[in-house]
Design a protein around this ligand. Structure first.
Ligand SMILES: *Cc1c(COP(=O)(O)O)cnc(C)c1O
Length: 369
């Protein structure tokens, strides 16, 4: 058997053996056990977001990767006469802008630097000077760098102006406590292979029901029509098109394991512990972080390339890979950095193992930091 790999990435992530084992039995898409799993998953997703059907929220599962879920919401809920403001400070915000252009939405763009969080007051000024904005979309944990945007404050601005709020919380939901109602979020997105620690296969949207209902007949795509997908699930508990059956079975197991760990609070604490250990260890090795500490989240960390001209990222990556550690390249537009994820089935001893591997590789390569 090949060596066990640890994925220090933002997803897909390292998963538990028991999550993978939940995929060993073939499952028909109309099997009672499967239909029951869908029900349990849809309910539990609401619970994780501190909402419920009674509070007026619905969860919709969309086949595909996380981007499919974001595109499902963006292409379904913004009407022809609406005006969408996308606030971006990284590659994932830019991805939403690209989607909005492809679907030819009325689009406004507001950008912040990649090492800067979204300013709620600048956002508010922008809204005042650009009347008619009906929707705002932004990223919570901008995985490009690892910063956390202040969604509660941005949500308050949206509420004050009667604006629908769409949040891509792909890399944070399940690893950070998010109260969807308190943050005034109308549509929140995440996927199976991030902090809930399932395997890839689907995205999900947690939606304010009244807003979801307004999107009926507005979908710009057949397969990504959010309302129709929801209506299908509500009508007979089934997907309109082939569901990722085994990925859903793995996810049901991943949710049980999240509960067993102590829920989102306990998971958040484990990830934060990972990050603290990683930061301390990397600092001791001489590495510098890209972001100021006060705007960093605990999902993923960005480290600047060492100034030593002998540093070669490909070589660094390969040698860490040979030691079973998969790190993540950078995605910054102006700076060279690499990223290390703190999430998934990663525990403090795995971070220590990674730090030792990094130390060995820089010594072997003779890199001065
Ligand atoms: C992972 C991620 C996505 C989705 O990426 P996919 O490759 O489509 O799964 C979207 N937004 C953010 C912030 C992410 O971290």
């Amino acid at each position: 058997m090949s060596m066990k790999k640890f994925l220090f990435t933002p997803g897909p992530l390292t998963t538990s053996r028991t999550v993978k084992e939940a995929m060993l039995e073939d499952m028909g898409s109309r099997d009672h056990e499967f239909m029951d799993a869908i029900k349990v998953i849809r309910t539990q997703l609401l619970t994780i977001g501190h909402v419920s059907k009674e509070l007026g929220y619905e969860s919709v599962i969309v086949q595909g990767s996380g981007t499919f879920g974001v595109e499902s919401v963006i292409s379904s809920v913004v009407k022809k006469e609406d005006k969408l403001l996308v606030i971006a400070n990284g590659a994932y915000g830019e991805r939403i802008i690209k989607m909005a252009k492809i679907h030819q939405l009325n689009l406004l763009e507001l950008r912040f630097e990649e090492d800067e969080i979204i300013s709620p007051s600048v956002t508010e000024e922008f809204i005042r000077s650009n009347p008619g904005i009906t929707h705002i979309a932004c990223i919570h944990s901008e995985t490009t760098t690892g910063l956390f945007n202040p969604i509660e404050e941005i949500g308050a601005v949206c509420k004050a102006h009667g604006i629908i709020f769409i949040v891509d919380a792909m890399s944070s939901f399940g690893g950070v406590e998010i109260d969807i109602k308190k943050c005034n979020i109308d549509f929140l997105l995440s996927s199976s292979n991030k902090c809930i620690e399932g395997v890839p296969g689907f995205a999900f949207a947690i939606c304010k029901k009244t807003e979801l209902e307004k999107s009926k007949g507005n979908g710009r795509s057949l397969s990504l029509d959010l309302y129709d997908q929801w209506a299908g699930l509500e009508a007979n508990g089934q997907f309109r098109f082939t569901p990722p059956t085994l990925s859903l079975m793995a996810f049901r197991q991943a949710l049980r394991e999240l509960d067993a760990e102590g829920g989102v609070k306990a998971r958040e604490l484990r990830y934060k512990t990972n990050k603290q250990l990683l930061d301390k260890g990397m600092e001791a090795l001489g590495f510098q972080q890209y972001l100021k500490p006060e705007i960093q989240g605990h999902i993923i960390s960005s480290f600047l390339y060492p100034s030593d001209p002998g540093f070669n990222f490909e070589q660094f990556y390969k040698k860490l890979n040979d030691r079973g550690c998969i790190i993540y390249p950078g995605k910054l537009s102006k700076t060279n950095a690499f990223r290390i994820g703190n999430i998934g089935q990663i525990f403090p001893e795995d971070i220590t193992y990674l730090l030792n591997a990094i130390k060995q590789v820089i010594q072997e390569e003779g890199i001065k930091i």
